[in-house]
Design a protein around this ligand. Structure first.
Ligand code: DOR
Ligand code: ZN
Length: 335
């Protein structure tokens, strides 16, 4: 069996910078493009910094054709700044983080009312807002508690291009169905694992991410929505590499490194459920339609011959451990 995908997109990707970027960029190069997250140290806040980062990504991609949809770290700002961002080549949208909610998000927003004027202008200018939707409550309830904020945003700014990033709950899917003016991304791991896989037996730090994986019924609902071709649900890997020393540590960094396995594993899952015909929508068409994207034209063919996943990748002095490290995946990219 095989499938050829047209211009697959990863709508939520952490490529990092420096030596790590040199490792991660080629490992996502089977995609035709990706929405690039801005949570560097310091975060990417200005169009100038964004363009410099974009150029470093382009260099790290080498010859691979890859459309970079760049984001800026959301801060309240006025019309001139928003227009300048919008007119910067490569700019896609703003990523809003609640302050301190995850890796390098200390400069985020502590009260959504702070963002009101900015969001009004973004609505006018049709600038997408991508949101890390978690409260500071009990870890299993954070996404659910944040749904009230999504509801507020979708109601108060009805024309805002709002994306609920990396949703992990059935409740978020219900909200997606309730509000036709919003979209959502979902990761690979949240289609597959539950909290049990992370912490139900021996702790598996390489599966620890934020939002944390939830209950079986949440995972099942997300998988069904993806397999059924929900028109406003898009693949966003949230592939988030950290050095092994920061993962296998007391105070494990959040993030699952799925970039190298994302497309083969998605093909395996969709094939196993007899839903390969929906994969194109999930990994490209839904995003292209919703945002009006025209990524570089590129095809990738996947087939049901196994991929041996390395136990780790080496980034100069550091090791980085991917999801399914040392295991075999049923599908692979045809080279
Ligand atoms: O697990 C995560 N890792 N969640 C995030 O929101 C950020 C990401 C990262 O940058 O490491
Ligand atoms: Zn992320």
């Amino acid at each position: 069996m095989e499938i050829t995908l047209n211009s697959p997109l990863d709508m939520h990707l952490h490529l990092r910078d420096g030596d790590m970027l040199k490792l991660t960029a080629p490992l996502s190069a089977d995609f035709a493009g990706a929405v690039i997250m801005p949570n560097l140290v310091p975060p990417v806040r200005t169009p100038a910094a964004m363009q410099e980062y974009d150029a470093r990504i382009a260099a790290a991609m080498g010859a691979a054709a890859f459309t970079r949809y760049m984001t800026l770290f959301f801060t309240p700002q006025g019309e001139q700044e928003l227009l300048a961002a919008k007119n910067t080549p490569g700019f896609f949208g703003f990523k809003l983080y609640p302050a301190g909610i995850t890796t390098n998000s200390e400069g985020g927003i502590s009260n959504i009312a702070q963002a009101d004027t900015t969001l009004r202008i973004m609505e006018e200018l049709e600038i997408p807002l991508l949101v890390h939707g978690e409260s500071h409550g009990f870890v299993m309830d954070r996404e659910q508690e944040f749904l009230a904020v999504y509801r507020h945003l979708a109601t108060r700014y009805p024309r805002l291009r709002l994306s609920m990033e990396h949703i992990t709950t059935a409740a978020a899917l219900q909200l997606l169905d309730e509000f036709p003016n919003i979209c959502a991304t979902v990761t690979l791991q949240h289609l597959i694992i539950t909290l049990d896989d992370v912490a139900g037996g021996a702790l598996r730090p390489h599966l620890f991410c934020k939002p944390i994986a939830k209950r079986p019924e949440d995972r099942d609902a997300l998988l069904q929505a993806a397999l059924s071709g929900h028109p406003r649900l898009m693949f966003g890997s949230d592939s988030a590499p950290h050095p092994r020393s920061r993962k296998e540590a007391c105070g494990c960094a959040a993030g699952v490194f799925t970039g190298p396995v994302a497309l083969p594993k998605l093909a395996e899952i969709f094939a196993a459920h007899g839903a390969l015909n929906q994969l194109q929508s999930f990994v490209s068409d839904n995003a292209c339609r919703w945002y009006g994207l025209q990524p570089v034209q590129k095809t990738v063919t996947l087939q049901d011959t196994p991929m041996a996943v390395p136990t780790s990748y080496r980034s100069y002095g550091e090791q980085v451990v991917p999801m399914y490290a040392g295991e075999s995946i049923g599908w692979s990219v045809v080279r």
